[in-house]
Design a protein around this ligand. Structure first.
Ligand SMILES: Cc1cc2nc3c(=O)[nH]c(=O)nc-3n(C[C@H](O)[C@H](O)[C@H](O)COP(=O)(O)OP(=O)(O)OC[C@H]3O[C@@H](n4cnc5c(N)ncnc54)[C@H](O)[C@@H]3O)c2cc1C
Length: 435
């Protein structure tokens, strides 16, 4: 919620604030000495952080990272050499750096995670000139024998530590997207209430009202999914803590596994849905402003530019689909969806619940066909499957929210009427492709 609020004010500031979270990686995987030395200084604000993963030849494919880490026996420390680019806040005091520590290795198993403090051996070679998030410096970094400490164990840099770091960051970008959408939505309402054309406020003109209510529904949809995912991640973390050592029992250990699997699906699903949603909402917000929306004097043009990065960094939308499709095909959300579908909905909500049931039936048909397919179309159709799953799941969450609070009925209705029909369209495409 805090991430959302900061992003609502300024998405760039959120990046710097959010990167304090690298302290969490040190907390989870660092040595006791590293924790004692760095964590209090992160907490006090003395230190700020950056996450240096991407290189010119290693973007989505982080297994290709080439920056090297060599242990210098004489000096008794690791030395980093090579280049990173697109590093947010790369000028920070502490950098977590993914580097190739195993000479001759080619894949992710040769990568380890290092902590490097700002030094003259880490040179900011260039600041990128970007479309948006202008308050967040994006740096190209050159490492020249830069001293670094190993975090955790060798070879586990990408497979364990960066995956954990990125999953937290992906959820944070989801919150950033919801925050930007919320800001844009408010701006649009504010402007269209004040400006009149054809003798009435813009917000009362049906075509404009349609955009406004669509923004309301989309933002609420993104937020409810974000909170559901955050709750799931919290439960997984709490159970992991409980199960540490001999603390848990079979039930708590099984519950931890269940929540871990759900979190692994819901995190990319949330980033996928919320960041695409923010792009749509900020687009509509400009449209509501007409020509004024195109001018720098209004904040909406900034929201539009800032939203555009959210579905690129921390793994593009396409990579979120790659991460989510396995869980979608295994129907990991089915038990939760069954529970949500079985709630005793009031009369006003029942027709909406019936629409969701029909959408589930269509998506289930696609799933069965895709599971039986041997034409190699899986990757091509993955986006449609993940999109259907997200639309259905979000519809159910909105229904549940409306069930708990009748004031939210309109949002559920708006979303289900306008966005759920896309499931039928996607299902038609999938079935046609597979038949
Ligand atoms: C402003 C900004 C800030 C950033 N901050 C950081 C940071 O702090 N730290 C950091 O380490 N990195 C950072 N990045 C890097 C960012 O995470 C990468 O840009 C992103 O992961 C994509 O990598 P790429 O740019 O190399 O694109 P590419 O990997 O070249 O991808 C190009 C296109 O191909 C698609 N694609 C690639 N592989 C696949 C696949 N297997 N399946 C489907 N589609 C695929 C992508 O979705 C994309 O559409 C930042 C980037 C920007 C622009």
């Amino acid at each position: 919620m805090m991430t959302e609020m900061v992003s609502r004010a300024d998405a760039s500031l959120q990046n710097l604030f959010g990167l304090q979270d690298i302290a969490q990686t040190i907390y989870l995987f660092g040595s006791d000495e590293q924790k004692d030395y760095y964590l209090p200084r992160f907490a006090s604000g003395e230190l700020d952080g950056a996450m240096a993963l991407t290189e010119p030849e290693a973007g989505s494919d982080l297994q290709s990272v080439q920056l090297t880490a060599r242990f210098d026996e004489a000096g008794g420390k690791w030395l980093l050499n090579g280049k990173k680019h697109f590093i947010t806040n790369g000028c920070a005091k502490v950098l977590l750096v993914l580097a190739r520590s195993e000479e001759g290795s080619k894949d992710g198993r040769g990568l380890s995670l290092f902590l490097a403090e700002k030094s003259p051996q880490i040179v900011v070679q260039r600041l990128e000139d970007k479309l948006g998030i202008h308050g967040s410096p994006t740096c190209e970094l050159q490492f020249n024998d830069a001293a670094a400490e190993l975090i955790g164990q060798r070879r586990r840099g990408l497979t364990r530590y960066v995956m954990s770091l990125m999953n937290g960051a992906r959820l944070a970008i989801g919150s950033q997207a919801v925050g930007i959408a919320e800001a844009a939505r408010r701006c649009a309402w504010d402007y269209t209430r004040k400006r009149s054309q054809f003798g009435k406020p813009l917000c009362e003109i049906p075509a404009v009202w349609e955009m406004l209510s669509r923004m309301d529904a989309l933002t609420a949809a993104g937020r409810t999914l974000l909170y559901e995912t955050s709750a799931c991640v919290d439960k997984r973390n709490a159970l992991a803590q409980l199960n540490e050592g001999d603390g848990g029992n079979d039930d708590t250990r099984n519950a931890e596994k269940t929540y871990a699997r759900l979190a692994d699906l819901l995190t990319p699903l949330t980033k996928f849905f919320t960041t695409e949603m923010a792009n749509q909402v900020t687009y509509d917000a400009i449209q509501c402003h007409g020509g004024k929306g195109y001018m720098r004097e209004h904040n909406v043009e900034r929201y539009y530019r800032d939203a555009r990065i959210t579905n690129i960094y921390e793994g593009t939308t396409q990579l979120q689909i790659v991460a989510a499709i396995g869980g979608v095909m295994k129907q990991l959300l089915a038990p939760i969806m069954d529970e949500l579908a079985a709630l005793p909905y009031a009369d006003a909500l029942r027709p909406l619940a019936a629409r969701v049931a029909e959408a589930r039936r269509l998506s289930q048909e696609c799933l069965t066909m895709l599971n039986a397919d041997d034409c190699g179309k899986f990757d091509l159709l993955a986006r449609r499957m993940v999109r259907m799953e997200s639309l259905i799941f979000v519809s159910l969450l909105l229904l549940r929210d409306a069930h708990r609070d009748p004031a939210r009925c309109e949002l559920a209705e708006r979303f289900i009427w306008e966005f759920l029909p896309e499931v039928a369209m996607q299902a038609t495409v999938v079935k046609t492709a597979l038949s």
